[in-house]
Design a protein around this ligand. Structure first.
Ligand SMILES: Nc1ncnc2c1ncn2[C@@H]1O[C@H](COP(=O)(O)OP(=O)(O)OP(=O)(O)O)[C@@H](O)[C@H]1O
Ligand SMILES: [Mg+2]
Length: 477
């Protein structure tokens, strides 16, 4: 039997039926015996007793007894049902409330009017549900706070068990995994091998260790009961920045030293040049071919030293730009005479693709120096009969992208990060200052420079500068 009502109702009814049946049977048997006794003591002819009359009265008595019994049964049934429901109803309400609690609804309240023990039980239950709700709210708030802290941390956090199952990853870890498959691979490898290999509890490692496109990963591992917490972060950009800063500091130092040195050399050099001119004019035999060749050689070398010093000073102390509206085509026309003979020497073709809108907001002298250096590099790198392409395009961000592309020897991958270092050169007779000057002038003019190159295929140097806008200011970057 599943229903509480049936459990209460059936025994009640059973007892009732038995009680009433007992009363009925007893009254029936009793009255029959009374009749029998009367008949046997008093003969049928006795005038004192009328048998039919007595039989009739007893029969009536039995009838009324049975009738009363039936009425009593019906009334008792009604009452039993009523009481059964009044006991079962609150129990059913408690059962429903408990089910709600079990399903996680802690806002439950049992509503049942009663001042007896069931009323006390109701109050106790409602208080318990309220307290439970407040505890659960506290726990949920704490959980939410923990979640926020874990997800707000700039470190990736992975919780894993000693059977290598990942139990939890925070938002940063998920993001890092998505953005860097190398990192996901490292975490997997780390978890797989944690117990087999001796891994220091914290450190910075390169991943993958043997490859050139590795990432720097900073990590710390902490045991947490039977599990481990791995905190890690991809610090590749910070590491690169740190290395760049070191590089920049070195450059600043070299620049300052070189500038001071160049300044000191320039004055005696001008003195030498002046003295040499005086000496040259005092030589009687000017027609001597060997001597003339020597004079020219000395001039060339003095001129070369002068150029190096000018470049050095330009790199170390670049003049402040005076930007103005500059037409790129006009600047190209101005520098053409200087490069024509160099192009001819190698039978190179120079192709320019300049759109109608070619106006930049830049210092024109700086732009000339930048172009001269880059075109000279492209010519030096090109094989005889090749071609050099110069193109200009305007981006949606109000930037002008300039590209100088050659089909020359290209730059080996291992040299790509050295070409902006002062005095790094692979060109015969080069000084390794051209690109440094280009980079420094580009940055001064609020531009950007980047280089793409494939060995034996050629090099493309890209420059991005603010386009000239009608308000005569630097374009929005
Ligand atoms: N277009 C290019 N193709 C191939 N290599 C290049 C190119 N441009 C630059 N490089 C490499 O970068 C190095 C540095 O160039 P940079 O212009 O700074 O110095 P340089 O040309 O050697 O000497 P300088 O310009 O001072 O006379 C070059 O020596 C060369 O190895
Ligand atoms: Mg150069």
């Amino acid at each position: 039997m599943r229903s509480i009502e049936l459990k209460i109702l059936l025994p009640f009814l059973f007892i009732l039926v038995i009680a009433i049946a007992t009363v009925g049977i007893t009254s029936y048997v009793g009255s029959s015996r009374i009749l029998h006794d009367l008949m046997s003591k008093f003969p049928a002819s006795s005038s004192h007793i009328n048998e039919d009359f007595v039989t009739q009265r007893l029969f009536d008595l039995q009838k009324y007894t049975i009738l009363v019994a039936i009425i009593a049964i019906l009334a008792s049934c009604q009452l039993t049902i009523f009481f059964t429901y009044s006991i079962a109803m609150p129990i059913k309400k408690f059962v429903a409330a408990c089910n709600e609690l079990a399903n996680g609804n802690f806002n439950i309240e049992v509503k049942y009017k009663s001042n007896d023990e069931i009323g006390i039980l109701r109050d106790a239950f409602n208080t318990m549900a309220k307290k439970l709700k407040s505890y659960i709210d506290d726990v949920l708030r704490l959980k939410e706070l923990n979640q926020k802290i874990l997800n707000g941390i700039n470190y990736g956090i992975v919780l894993f068990s000693n059977d290598h199952t990942v139990l939890f990853t925070n938002n940063t870890a998920n993001k890092l995994f998505k953005s860097s498959p190398l990192l996901a691979e490292w975490v997997n490898n780390f978890i797989e091998n944690y117990e087999n290999t001796v891994i220091p509890p914290k450190g910075v490692i390169k991943w993958p260790p043997q490859e050139s496109n590795f990432r720097y990963i900073e990590y710390e591992i902490t045991p947490a009961g039977e599990n481990y917490i791995l905190c890690f972060s991809d610090i590749t950009e910070e590491e690169k920045l740190k290395q760049n800063m070191e590089h920049i500091n070195r450059l600043v130092f070299i620049g300052e030293m070189s500038a001071a040195l160049a300044h000191e050399i320039r004055n005696p050099l001008q003195g030498i040049q002046a003295c040499f001119q005086v000496l040259e004019s005092s030589f009687p035999n000017e027609e001597d071919e060997t001597k003339s060749e020597l004079y020219r050689a000395i001039y060339r070398e003095i001129d070369r030293i002068n150029r190096i010093i000018t470049n050095l000073l330009q790199f170390a102390r670049p003049s402040d730009p005076i930007p103005e509206k500059v037409s790129f085509a006009r600047i190209m026309n101005e520098i053409k005479p200087f490069i024509t003979s160099l192009l001819k020497e190698k039978a190179l073709k120079l192709q320019c693709s300049i759109p109608e809108y070619d106006e930049l907001y830049i210092d024109p002298n700086h732009l000339k120096q930048i172009l001269m250096n880059l075109i000279t590099n492209a010519i030096r790198a090109s094989k005889n009969g090749g071609s050099i392409n110069i193109s200009l395009s305007l981006t949606q961000d109000d930037e002008v992208i300039l590209c100088i592309k050659d089909e020359g020897i290209g730059i080996p991958a291992q040299n790509l990060n050295k070409i902006f270092t002062p005095f790094f050169t692979t060109f015969p007779g080069g000084n390794g200052l051209g690109l440094c000057v280009v980079q420094s002038l580009t940055l001064k003019n609020r531009g950007r420079i980047w280089i793409e190159s494939t060995e034996n295929r050629g090099t493309s140097v890209y420059l991005a500068f603010p386009a000239y806008l009608h308000n005569h200011t630097f374009a929005r970057r």
